[in-house]
Design a protein around this ligand. Structure first.
Ligand code: BV8
Length: 299
């Protein structure tokens, strides 16, 4: 029976073999998903937190939903902006940032739009936010090029103020709490063309990923890769999930950090892969410690 390390279910022999490979790895890729931020208090998409009111989050993350009911979709995104601003990056975000500082040939591809990796001071040049950010906004007018980054205004417009004291522990993410009927005129509008609505600067389902981001990642993954860390993702969404197979093709060993053992899909374990079961907040700092040193719990 392998001995387990003190504070997680990571077995010592796995940790030793992984640490040895980590220390000898030059080109390391990390693919992160909502599980990385779960312990910061942000619900995941497909886990229990995958619903907002009565909607599967993926039903609201589309341009069709926005065109049909911009008020509902803006209330969804303004709520997530607010919640992510209240949340704090956890030790796993900081550990990845430290690995990035110590290894210039490291790249984090994050599917998360919650802004927590940038707030953990992850070096920007080795962080690709594949699906954009809740804190970017852009104009919906095809002929207007207005884009604003790092807009942390909360609420983004007064009309989207989240109603408080809506009953014991309930908020607008609960279907029992009525949503405000916000007229389109009171939603965020473009300050440049002054006509069109602004939308969240995220990639919706059915939309192409930013060309610059994809080509940067394609460049980076066109050379040999020593290791890919697959952290807190169900690996269901493409093209993000496809980077795991790409990394394998480029020679990478695979280490999966997840609460559940992935038995199918893009992150299905192959012989020789490491699987570290547990909360990313606990497991990621532990498995990276051989290179990053001890990562303190953020105060
Ligand atoms: C594209 C931003 C092509 C928005 C997101 C029909 C038409 C077009 C495309 C498609 C189509 N059908 C399918 C597709 C492809 C589609 C897709 O993949 N769909 C899926 C549902 C099958 N992809 C797209 O649409 C992409 N675009 O293909 O364009 C194209 C090309 C040219 C021209 C036109 C079109 C765009 C996809 C991007 C969508 N945007 N986010 C927003 O956030 O609101 S996706 C969003 O969902 C996230 O970013 C992320 O990618 C995904 C959620 O996945 P995870 O992050 O993994 O989270 P999840 O909850 O699923 O899993 C959490 C995991 O963590 C679990 O495994 C859990 O066990 C684990 N966990 C939980 N707690 C912890 C933990 N692990 C560790 N510690 C813990 N504490």
């Amino acid at each position: 029976m392998p001995s387990f390390t003190a504070h997680s279910s990571v077995s010592q022999p796995d940790l030793d073999s992984f640490s040895k490979h980590l220390k000898s790895s030059k080109r390391i890729l990390a693919l992160c998903g909502a599980g990385l931020s779960a312990s910061s208090g942000l619900p995941t998409f497909r886990g229990a937190g995958g619903y907002w009111r009565t909607y599967d989050a993926t039903q609201l993350a589309t341009s069709e939903a926005f065109m049909e009911d911009p008020s509902l979709v803006w209330q969804f995104y303004n709520y997530r902006r607010h919640m992510a601003l209240q949340a704090k990056p956890n030790r796993a975000h900081f550990a990845l940032a430290e690995l990035a500082r110590r290894n210039p040939d490291f790249l984090t591809i994050s599917q998360n739009v919650d802004g927590l990796s940038p707030r953990a001071h992850h070096p920007a040049e080795t962080l690709e936010l594949l699906h954009g950010s809740l804190y970017d906004v852009k104009c919906t007018n095809f002929h207007c090029d207005y884009v604003e980054q790092n807009n942390f205004t909360d609420p983004i417009v007064p009309a989207l103020e989240i109603p408080q004291n809506t009953g014991a522990d309930l908020d607008i993410s609960d279907a029992e709490v009525p949503l405000k009927d916000i007229s389109t005129g009171d939603l965020p509008h473009c300050p440049k063309c002054k006509t069109a609505l602004l939308r969240p600067g995220v990639v919706w389902f059915g939309e192409p990923l930013p060309v610059k981001t994809v080509s940067r990642i394609d460049d980076w993954t066109s050379q040999h890769i020593d290791l890919i860390l697959v952290i807190g993702t169900s690996a269901i969404v493409y093209p993000a999930a496809g980077y795991i197979a790409t990394a394998r093709k480029m020679g990478a060993r695979v280490a999966v950090v997840n609460m559940e053992r992935p038995d199918s899909g893009a992150s299905k374990l192959n012989a020789g892969d490491w699987f570290f079961q547990g909360d990313a907040r606990v497991v990621v700092p532990q498995i990276l410690e051989a290179v990053t040193g001890n990562i303190e719990e953020p105060r």
